[in-house]
Design a protein around this ligand. Structure first.
Ligand code: NAG
Ligand code: NAG
Ligand code: NAG
Ligand code: NAG
Ligand code: NAG
Ligand code: NAG
Ligand code: ZN
Length: 505
């Protein structure tokens, strides 16, 4: 409010009304200016004081954005699959790639690595078998012996043998890739005409990836490669939603979920040792919301145990899967109140409000997430329709993890200028930007989603201060301790200053 030197009248709203009613024709330009400044100051980054160098970079960005908005094909108004090549050629995008973006707080375990890697690396390893399901998806398994047939799947083929017989394996590799991601060069509107179709393909793609990434040697390398890809996108910290499956070896033996969590910890340690300017990663244990209450009680107990045994790597707990067809949080209330009942800590990071089914049981998830003291809200797409949940989220600093491309691909919004986070950003609601399942959507790291946020729903009013605030939010609203946040922010600040100085002229 300090930014209003021109209009003392604003200080007293009664006087303001009175002043407005006196102006008979043209409203007072000074008042107009003051109101515009007031709005600008309320948005994400609106209070950020920029250095000289930052102001110069901001001016440059503003020019770039105006240029970008002139074009006929405005990327945020298009489906991301059709817009991707335009975005990749945008000078704003290349700046966003270089920008230190802080942490990625909403990423799923088996969609963090571009699918090219899975095909070119994982499926080219020895002992990799593939079968084709009745409805044109595929499944994989690594095995030292010929594996037992899967129901609804063709007989297994050993990929080494299959490829050895081919002159050119490109077509096979492209068709495998097409099964592991939703991304397509065909018209996305006709390939995915409805939410049901796109969610079905989404779940089939996860099942296709499953046999590859739950094989112990691939599991380790996949996670390391994921950290590498995020690091290259100038992300310094990660909170990974992870199912913690039992991981298998070539002889069919399996490791328990504690081993899986421990492996995340070991690989993170190794990666951080090799990249000292990477801050680290933590895991949010997730379970599919299709399970029944009995199973949920068991899983919550496991989560409590892991949280107490491995508190450095374990950040908390969440449910995953399509909200519209899964069970609502309230159905699991007995399981989810176990930690409080036992007097132990298990922070929650609930997906909630990833829906457009207003007024349904599922739509109630937002308020329930807050009642269960969630630390952040995954998506919160429906938050604007819940004024009470929204105001509680703001008051308690429960940040909303906004994943623009995910919401568009899964058909909650078509034109990203109309994403509800536009409203959240206009009033500096606690938000962070994330990419949910980058490999499924064909995006990389966080930069594509930052582009959609900054150029799409950020509009011309978002500026370098907004980007700075979003990056800082990702540390501020992370699960790190206050001391760790301080350290991470200092590390980020150094990267930020370097970024600014290298990009102004
Ligand atoms: C897969 O990646 C790992 C780790 O980078 C590497 O050691 C291995 O040689 C690669 N394998 C193939 C088949 O490309
Ligand atoms: C594919 O088959 C599975 C079960 O065999 C079924 O659950 C799923 O809905 C099917 N998907 C399509 C696209 O038909
Ligand atoms: C293999 O086939 C693809 C198209 O299916 C083609 O683009 C590529 O040039 C071929 N590679 C070789 C080495 O012939
Ligand atoms: C998935 O694999 C099947 C079997 O190889 C193939 O027929 C199909 O075209 C692939 N799907 C995509 C989307 O590439
Ligand atoms: C709950 O699900 C488990 C499998 O996860 C199953 O074994 C059990 O029978 C189910 N219980 C009820 C009451 O449906
Ligand atoms: C949520 O937090 C409040 C206030 O600290 C506490 O009284 C309540 O038991 C918590 N509920 C759950 C389910 O965590
Ligand atoms: Zn998610």
């Amino acid at each position: 409010m300090a930014a209003l030197p021109h209009c003392p009248l604003l200080a007293v709203s009664g006087l303001l009304l009175c002043c407005l009613s006196f102006s008979l024709s043209i409203p007072d330009p000074q008042l107009r200016e003051a109101l515009m400044q007031l709005e600008a100051s309320m948005q994400t980054g609106g209070q950020m004081v920029l250095t000289d160098a930052e102001q110069r970079l901001d001016a440059l960005l503003f020019k770039m954005k105006q240029e970008e908005m002139k074009g006929e094909d405005f990327p945020p108004a298009m489906h991301f699959f059709r817009a991707r090549h335009l975005i990749n050629n945008s000078p704003i995008f290349s700046l966003l790639q270089k920008m230190p973006k802080g942490g990625a707080l909403h990423i799923h375990d088996f969609s963090m690595v571009a699918v090219e890697w899975l095909v070119k690396n994982a499926t080219y390893r020895p002992n990799c078998y593939m079968c084709s399901t009745d409805n044109r998806s595929i499944r994989f398994i690594f095995s030292s012996q010929w594996p037992k047939a899967l129901p609804h799947c063709s007989p297994w083929v050993l990929l080494e043998n299959l490829r050895a017989k081919m002159v050119n394996t490109t077509e096979l590799d492209v068709s495998i890739m097409g099964n592991l991601t939703l991304f397509t060069y065909e018209d996305p509107e006709s390939v995915y005409p409805s939410q049901d179709v796109v969610w079905d393909r989404f779940e089939q793609a996860f099942l296709a990836v499953w046999g590859l990434v739950t094989y112990a040697p691939v599991f380790r390398d996949y996670y390391y490669e994921g950290l590498t890809q995020f690091y290259k996108d100038n992300i310094m910290y990660l909170e990974l939603r992870a199912l913690l499956p039992e991981i298998y070896e070539l002889d069919g033996s399996t490791h328990d979920i504690r081993w899986t969590l421990k492996t995340y910890q070991d690989v993170t340690k190794q990666f951080t040792a090799e990249h000292p300017d990477f801050f680290g990663a933590r895991v949010i244990f997730t379970v599919h919301r299709g399970v029944n209450l009995t199973r949920m009680v068991e899983v919550v107990k496991e989560a409590i145990q892991l949280q107490s045994d491995l508190p450095d790597i374990m950040a908390g707990f969440d449910l995953v899967g399509r909200e519209d067809s899964g069970r609502p949080l309230w159905y699991f209330r007995e399981a989810l109140s176990l930690p409080v009942k036992k007097g132990v800590t298990l922070p929650f990071f609930f997906h909630a409000g990833e829906t457009d089914l207003e007024g349904s049981d599922v739509d109630q998830n937002l308020l329930d997430a807050i009642l269960f003291n969630t630390t952040r809200i995954g998506h919160g797409f429906a938050l604007l329709r819940h004024p009470v949940a929204k105001s509680m989220s703001r008051k308690r600093g429960v940040a909303v993890e906004v994943c623009p491309i995910s919401n568009q691909v899964l058909k909650l919004v078509k034109d990203l200028r109309n994403h509800p986070a536009a409203v959240l950003m206009s009033e500096n609601h606690p938000v962070v930007i994330s990419s949910d399942d980058p490999a499924m959507f064909g995006s990389s790291g966080l930069s594509h989603d930052f582009y959609e946020a900054f150029v799409g729903f950020g509009g011309t009013s978002s500026h370098l201060g907004s980007l700075k605030e979003l990056a800082m939010n990702s540390i501020r609203y992370s699960s790190l301790t206050p001391k760790q946040k301080e350290k991470a922010l200092a590390l980020w600040q150094k990267k930020w200053e370097k970024f600014v100085s290298e990009n102004v002229f």
